[in-house]
Design a protein around this ligand. Structure first.
Ligand code: SF4
Ligand code: SF4
Length: 68
């Protein structure tokens, strides 16, 4: 079984600036109710483009087991 990296946003720290959403090439991030960024891990390809744009550097990555 292969592990893949996925982005995660701690919702209590996010200020919903939208920078990560704009940087994501596959549209995996949305701003939930204008409050925090939410990553759809089904779409995230682990490219880390969102990592560098967060002004408060809260995005982190976790290995997730891929069934495929
Ligand atoms: S790692 Fe890449 S694909 Fe995943 S949420 Fe960030 S920008 Fe989007
Ligand atoms: S760039 Fe950072 S602060 Fe801005 S919406 Fe994304 S996770 Fe939240």
């Amino acid at each position: 079984m292969k592990s893949v990296l996925k982005a995660f946003v701690p919702k209590n720290k996010c200020v919903a600036c939208g920078s990560c959403m704009e940087s994501c090439p596959v549209g995996a991030i949305s701003i939930f109710k204008g409050i925090y960024a939410k990553v759809n891990t089904n779409y995230c390809i682990g490219c880390k483009k969102c990592l560098g744009v967060c002004p408060i550097s809260i995005i982190h990555f976790e290995e997730v087991k891929n069934e495929n």
